[in-house]
Design a protein around this ligand. Structure first.
Ligand SMILES: Cc1ncc(COP(=O)(O)O)c(C=O)c1O
Length: 347
């Protein structure tokens, strides 16, 4: 049993598979590969940096034994932090914007965390924003605010862990790395590592309409932010973890096309992923269509679809936003109903 002495849930993070998309890419010559980060134990790529930021905070003496970890999160980073906190005996307080799915709030509460929900549509420096509320909670005794937007351990984690893991799995035998961008940690860390190993590697971010990141990269101007439905990607300010020198270009995607692709990924490829994963694939297809010759593109499936069961995967929610939903009723329904009669309910 000695072999298992030092294992715990943290040691189960990483080594996620990379697979090729086969169906949603039928119309393009380029190949798209996806790294299934939702297979991490907490259900997202953010397990990696959530844990790593905590480890660094302990090493630096910022986080003391039994202390309280405060973080603003769209839901995924919080789970990574909670994995660390529950394993090593810390408390968690998470601050979220009210656009995030109920599943994410319930999930964090299930880990035993305190969860505070703040309005989405206020400026980042408004005292009611989730960034400001998290910063104010630094007043809690024996607490530390991780701040994934500015905390360089976020990018460093992906530079030291996710990037090398991708390199080992692929030998960098692809042309372009793409990722949907929120804090920028994933694209900046993985992108920097891959470029150092293979200078011809291109790094392309996926931003959403309404965010300022792509506009800033293209023009050097801040532009104006607008609200959007996608969770976890795009920003209305420039996070310090977005390294614009590493990112060569951005592709911009919209809410509905991202959600339709998210649903297609499940129906056609069996990939049960979140909305920003649909964005990443839509972005990769748009990028592929802009190329003169086919490429191999690798992107990240950030989080699990079960965080969006009541939204993207729910027909009523889709329809309430005027997003198109295929009619799932077909001839098979009739046949089933004929057999089951009143003995069961076809839902
Ligand atoms: C669902 C989702 N997609 C994408 C991202 C973006 O990742 P990063 O913050 O590393 O840029 C996040 C970040 O929170 C996220 O929650």
């Amino acid at each position: 049993m000695d072999k298992f002495k030092n294992t715990n849930i943290i040691s189960a993070i990483g080594n996620t598979p990379i697979i090729k998309l086969n169906s949603v890419t039928k119309d393009i010559e380029s190949e798209i590969y996806v790294k299934l980060e939702y297979m991490n134990p907490g259900g997202s790529v953010k397990d990696r940096m959530g844990v790593y930021m905590c480890q660094k905070a302990v090493e630096n003496g910022d986080l003391k034994p039994g202390g309280t970890i405060v973080e603003c999160t769209s839901g995924n980073t919080g789970v990574g932090v909670a994995l660390f906190a529950n394993t090593y005996g810390y408390k968690c307080v998470f601050v979220m914007a009210d656009k995030q799915s109920q599943e994410k709030i319930d999930n964090l509460r299930a880990y035993g965390a305190k969860v505070i929900v703040c309005p989405t549509d206020v400026e980042p420096d408004d005292p009611r924003s989730y960034y400001s509320v998290a910063a104010a909670l630094a007043e809690l005794p024996n607490s530390f605010v991780l701040n994934q937007y500015a905390n360089k351990a976020n990018t460093l984690c992906h530079y030291e862990q996710t990037g090398p893991e991708i390199y080992e799995q692929t030998n960098a035998e692809f042309d372009t790395f793409m990722a949907s961008v929120g804090t920028g940690g994933t694209i900046s860390g993985v992108g920097k590592f891959l470029k150092e190993k293979k200078p011809s590697m291109k790094v392309v971010g996926v931003d959403c309409k309404g965010s300022i990141l792509a506009h800033y990269k293209k023009t050097g101007e801040m532009g104006e932010a607008h609200s959007y439905v996608l969770e976890g990607i795009g920003e209305d300010f420039l996070p310090e973890n977005v390294n614009f020198d590493v990112i060569d270009d951005f592709v911009v995607v919209e809410d509905e096309e991202s959600f339709q692709m998210t649903r297609r990924l499940l129906r056609e490829e069996g990939i049960y992923a979140g909305g920003s994963c649909g964005s990443a694939v839509v972005g990769a297809i748009k990028y592929a269509k802009s190329l003169n010759k086919p490429e191999k593109i690798l992107t990240i499936m950030v989080d699990s679809g079960n965080r969006y069961a009541s939204k993207i995967y729910n027909d009523e929610w889709m329809q309430s936003h005027d997003y198109k939903v295929e009619n799932s009723k077909d001839a098979l329904d009739e046949k089933i109903l004929n057999i089951i009669g009143d003995n069961g309910r076809l839902v």
